[in-house]
Design a protein around this ligand. Sequence first.
Ligand code: PEP
Length: 264
Amino acid sequence: MKKKIIAANFKMNKTNRDIEEYFNTFVNNMNEFKGKGLFENIGLNSEAVFATPCTSLCESYKIIKPYGDFIKLSAQDIYFEKNGAYTGEISIDMIKDCGCEYAIVGHSERRRIFNETDETIAKKMSAVYSSEGVTPILCVGENKEVREKDMQYDFVKKQLKTDLEPLKAKSGKVYSLIIAYEPVWAIGTDLPIRPEDGDKMHRFIYDYVRSNYEVDELRIIYGGSVKESNIKELMDEPYINGVLVGGASLDPSVFLNIVRLSNA
Ligand code: PEP
């Protein structure tokens, strides 16, 4: 069975001390839910993935390790080179060393604020698949102008075509790929997509990837103003296999509730 991915992106928030407090609360509350029988099968059906800042990955890993079947770590970004004179960047081996099993690639903030192009993203995807043990969470999604022109399908297809080019060159199947569909107009705006529109795009992405690439385990997750109030209706849609949560993941009780409701 494909496990659902309920991912938290902390972005540039929280020091190591904040992270320690966060996970202590998250784990305590989780154990309390378990004691009341409210959490029994969640770990079997889903993974809670945390993209903490890179300064906290190793610290986070120490705390979450005992819960490793259910709580996983992700980097917020990686660089495509293995090592060398790339000031400020982190490599895949470095994040693996801190216990990461996932890496976000091509987040819209990297594209928009740091001018990351689809060509760079393709190099990152290629680097992830040249190294074993890390699953990419590739972010795609259109901005408001594109959606207003009803060009979102062509736009996302174009992103995928370039970003996933390395999969064509790879011999044999790719084991695991997560695509996060994150319409830029829905990120941090309190304007989430209508679940049925999200599902339509997820289905489009699913069909496109399945007919062009060989992937064993494909999951398509949604990101953009996910909250306790809308998680259930989003997760009820057949092609939405999880979520990527920014703002609402910063409070451990809220995020735990999102995880719980995503399985309700
Ligand atoms: C994000 O930036 O990946 C995101 C989904 O943010 P938010 O949940 O705050 O919209």
